[in-house]
Write a protein that binds this ligand. Structure first.
Ligand code: PA5
Length: 424
């Protein structure tokens, strides 16, 4: 018998099996559309392709950076930043996040003068490499940050700066591409048919993640397994499509906010990646669920009251990894002054999982629909699987709303206004 990697279930919900299955035919049609469109769907089969040469190159440069640098500065924003940070935070230790002696720092995701000022001071005595990532090569925030970093690197390393700056961009187009060619920087290509928020499994995410010594082959293997399993057009057997349909039905029932919830703080940045993926793909033409996130237990003591009892506008998607290493066991205490001996012998993760169960039941009883996504383990393989799962579900969700998942016209609007003002 084949056991599914990811199980999608739901609690309470005004969702019936019949309601979900009513979408079987439309899902088949939309599946065919996704498979045959000429839009930015290069990510769909990317994990199934052979990337041996690319992976080898990435691993070599990553090893070089670990050897030659104390800090890797990743310059990027949106899809050129969130994915790498999500994987790094999920798979590296909570404390002393320097993997193999190297620290990954991000810049270009904001335009805070204080941030860049303090960053330059922080790295003054450190050995630095820079990876600038931009598909268009012209986004204001990373372009500005890269101007600063490039000048800094040239002042610090002279000619050797050329060797310490790695560019990840389009194969042909853009200011960054032209600049990289002229300066002789080493380059990785973002495939033309893969948009920013769907690009985490390309060199965009793979290089920074490999520098932190995360197993990029396991990550891609997980995504490949998902690509194969979730290529099934049959709704009943495809959990990504099931998740897309469930959230679509809830949206149509009037729930306007989806809360992605986890019980593991290392997933906070993964939440941010998810939020961008769904927000930028679905929020168009006055349609779409507002993607929001919470991390429990922290947020149970902050926003838990609202979720349980506030305006009935949200549903919850609970993300749960059954095993997260390492764990910690509660020990017996002869004094038992805190009256917690009844928990002795249980691990924190066991208690956390029971808290998750209790929370789901309480929220469901409070009338909050709860969707649960469950995976066996938090590691590179399963995270790769989950990333692909969400990308597939997201594309299908946008198709169900009849909006284009692969553009972001609303983001362009702010850029135009900002440029107008800056040029005045
Ligand atoms: O998903 C997207 O396309 C965006 O979030 C982009 O990734 C983001 O705007 C950065 O763009 P670029 O990589 O062109 O600098």
């Amino acid at each position: 018998m084949c056991t599914k990697i990811l199980q999608t279930t739901h609690l309470n919900c005004s969702l019936t099996i019949q309601q979900i299955n009513d979408y079987s035919q439309i899902i088949k049609e939309l599946h065919n559309r996704l498979e045959t469109t000429n839009d930015l769907t290069g990510w769909l089969h990317y994990p199934e392709q052979n990337h041996e040469e690319l992976l080898f190159q990435i691993e070599q440069i990553a090893a070089e950076i670990r050897q030659e640098a104390d800090v890797l500065i990743v310059v990027g924003v949106g899809g050129s930043f969130l994915g790498a940070r999500a994987i790094l935070d999920a798979l590296t230790p909570y404390f002393g996040r320097q993997m193999q002696g190297i620290e990954v720092i991000y810049v270009g995701q904001n335009m805070s003068g204080a941030y860049i000022n303090q960053l330059l001071k922080y790295i003054v005595d450190k050995r630095v490499y820079v990876n600038v990532i931009s598909k268009s090569g012209g986004t204001m925030e990373p372009a500005l940050a890269f101007r600063v970093m490039r000048q800094y690197m040239e002042a610090k390393y002279g000619e050797d700066a050329q060797h310490r700056i790695i560019v990840t961009t389009d194969a042909e187009k853009g200011i960054l591409k032209a600049l990289a060619d002229k300066s002789g920087y080493r380059q990785f290509v973002i495939p033309d048919n893969i948009g920013g928020r769907f690009s985490v499994l390309t060199p965009v995410g793979l290089l920074p993640v490999a520098v932190a010594d995360i197993d990029i082959r396991a990550l891609l293997a997980g995504a490949k397994q998902a690509a194969v399993e979730l290529a099934n057009p049959n709704l009943e057997e495809n959990d990504a499509y099931k998740y897309a349909v469930m959230r679509h039905i809830l949206y149509k029932q009037g729930y306007s906010i989806e809360l992605l919830a986890s019980f593991e703080p290392s997933l906070n940045k993964f939440h941010e990646w998810w939020k961008q993926l769904f927000g930028e793909s679905e929020g168009k033409e006055k349609k779409g669920l507002y993607p929001s996130t919470v991390n429990f237990s922290t947020d149970l003591h902050a926003i838990g009251q609202f979720i349980q009892d506030g305006s009935p506008i949200l549903f919850e998607t609970l993300l749960h990894f059954k095993s997260i290493e390492p764990d910690f066991m509660v020990s017996f205490d002869n004094r038992d002054e805190d009256c917690l001996n009844y928990l002795a012998g249980r691990t924190f993760n066991e208690i956390n999982a029971i808290s998750k169960q209790g929370t789901a039941l309480a929220h469901a009883e409070g009338g909050v629909p709860v969707i649960q996504l469950e995976l066996p383990r938090l590691d590179a393989f399963h995270l790769g699987y989950l990333i692909y799962f969400f990308m597939k579900a997201c594309a299908m969700s946008a198709y169900l709303l009849d909006v284009n998942p692969f553009d972001q016209p609303g983001v362009e609007a702010y850029k135009r206004k900002m440029l107008e003002l800056l040029r005045e």
